[in-house]
Design a protein around this ligand. Structure first.
Ligand SMILES: [Zn+2]
Length: 59
């Protein structure tokens, strides 16, 4: 029982940490140009991975 409680608390802590991550690298910069497709952005501070999907735009 004690182990389970510890695991639960650890999960909650990680959630809270991600919520409060204020690192400038947490979110991908909006001014960068990305080629169409899927890109992964990884926060250097907390390691959260975000998938950036860039639609294929025809000119
Ligand atoms: Zn972060």
């Amino acid at each position: 029982m004690i182990k389970e409680e510890n695991m639960f608390n650890k999960k909650e802590d990680q959630k809270e940490y991600k919520k409060t991550c204020m690192s400038p690298t947490h979110n991908p910069p909006t001014h960068i140009y990305l080629t169409p497709g899927e890109h992964e952005w990884i926060c250097e501070a907390c390691g959260t991975v975000q998938i950036i999907v860039v639609p294929c735009v025809m000119y």
